[in-house]
Design a protein around this ligand. Sequence first.
Ligand code: ADP
Ligand code: MG
Length: 465
Amino acid sequence: MYQQENHSAKTIFDANSAWKECLGIIKQNVTQMTYNTWFLPIKPVEFLNNVLRVQLPSQFFWEWVDEHYNTLINKTIRDVLGPNVKLTYLIAEDVEAQEPDYTDHSKKTNGNKISIQPKPSFENFLNSRYTFENFIKGEGNQLASAAAGAIADNPGGTSFNPFFVYGGVGLGKTHLIQAIGNKIARNFPEKKVIYLSADSFTVEFVESIQSNRVNEFSSFYRSMDVLIIDDIQFLIGKEKTQDLFFHIFNTLHQSKKQIILSSDKPPKELKGLDERLISRFQWGLTADIQPPELEMRIAILKRKADDYGMSAPQDIIEYIASNITSNIRELEGCLIKLLANASLNSKEITLELAKKTVREIATDRKVNITIEGITKVVCDYLGVAENKIRDKTRKKEIVLARQIAMYFSKELTKSSLKTIGLHFGGRDHSTVIHACSAIEEAKLKDKSLIEILSNIKNQIEINSP
Ligand code: ADP
Ligand code: MG
């Protein structure tokens, strides 16, 4: 039993030996694989005032460890270091992102780069996990990332204002625009930076109406130096919000404040958005992000595997990169899942296990997407009332909407043809088959349909958790 003394006294352990003691116990309670995967990458940082601070490679990593080994870790720490000792953690990415500016000297130890950033007077909603340092550049994001870098160095001072980034889901839009915000917040502490999604903006606006504080709401956003709004397509169909945003945009733009926006489509395809906004969105720079090429997917996987302290052989990296092609979020998810699979079942990371994990991901993808969700997106997109789609009507636009909804229900869910048919007004499975082949055929004849289908698919994926 070790007696912990309070802060004036010297602690018995330094961080390294304290954590080493704990590891000794942990090692006896988990498999070798788990130990290597989840515990070895944890680095002790400091042990002060009954708080043991450790550093973990990433937020994902922390969440996994916390979910699965919280009890073991806490018990071990109490047993080894004393009943009042607590564990706190730092994420390596956050540490990199922060300035080595020690504002609170009591927290400074051994030259570790820990700093407590002075908090702005309002919450800027930036996630410090998103930085330029961990954003991998490639062909698909070349222009967007170069422009983002220039803006971060000179906010409001480039011709890239507004900066409008667009692209499919999971390709790094949020990461990139937040990286700009984080860098500006770090290098220009006097500038007011705020990040939020268009959805939150709308919700806040509605709340401000209800509480009679629209002026306050509006002047708050007009007072920003850098306004970052994610997923601006959510403003579609919200006219009042668009109107207010239009005025905020003008104020900021006139006073050379930086505006950064992201969207799933380029401005001119944002149907249902005020023309005045669409034209303003094109005043600055519009840059797209394309899905990563194979080489980039490999680079991303290698880098992320490294971050997780995981040694994945080249053939496994290549297998994943060749099979998960849609987006970066899934690539990342696949690695985490692979680590988890290996660790939970005390297995080595093998090609076999990688194959199994990739299959599971394909299944997960289908679980989250529902026929209802698909129907809603298709109807919204095509401007058809949802209840009409189940009717017996042969009206052309409704038939098309129904066929598209059936087509995606088959492609994106695990539902049987019979279930799909039932959802669309009790039609039988042969109607579903017919719908799918009708769409396949129409795709061959009609180029614009391909575009429509791809937009709809994108939207379905965005709307699914
Ligand atoms: P989007 O906003 O386009 O849907 P995100 O920015 O949320 O995509 O990216 C999804 C995930 O992939 C995030 O965890 C992000 O950190 C990661 N990611 C995306 N692009 C890159 C990149 N170029 N380099 C490293 N990580 C990336
Ligand atoms: Mg996003």
